[in-house]
Design a protein. Structure first.
Length: 94
């Protein structure tokens, strides 16, 4: 899980091979929220309103870089899955 940022007690991270739509995970204490990168809408979860506002502000400033990181992670996962599939379909020459 690449950690993208830490500020004001909030950790913003992204998981490889995560589901659409592109989003980040933001956690603060016992709370976690998934925030859509393109719109800053809450997909699921909860953060106190002051912390959610900070996440949205950070995302607004970093949206392009965060979306690029999402695309890089998803491409890397797809490439890895293709390699694993290729290895699994290779004949065993023992």
């Amino acid at each position: 899980m690449p950690r993208l940022a830490t500020f004001d007690g909030i950790v913003v991270a992204m998981y490889a091979a995560d589901h659409a739509p592109p989003h980040v995970h933001a956690s603060y204490g016992e709370h976690e929220v998934l925030v859509v990168i393109a719109t800053s809408d809450v997909l699921t979860g909860f953060l106190p309103s002051t912390k959610l506002a900070l996440v949205r502000e950070w995302l607004e400033k970093n949206r392009s870089d965060v979306l690029s990181k999402w695309n890089e992670l998803q491409a890397a996962v797809r490439e890895l899955m293709i390699k694993v599939k290729d290895v699994q379909t290779q004949p065993d020459h023992r």
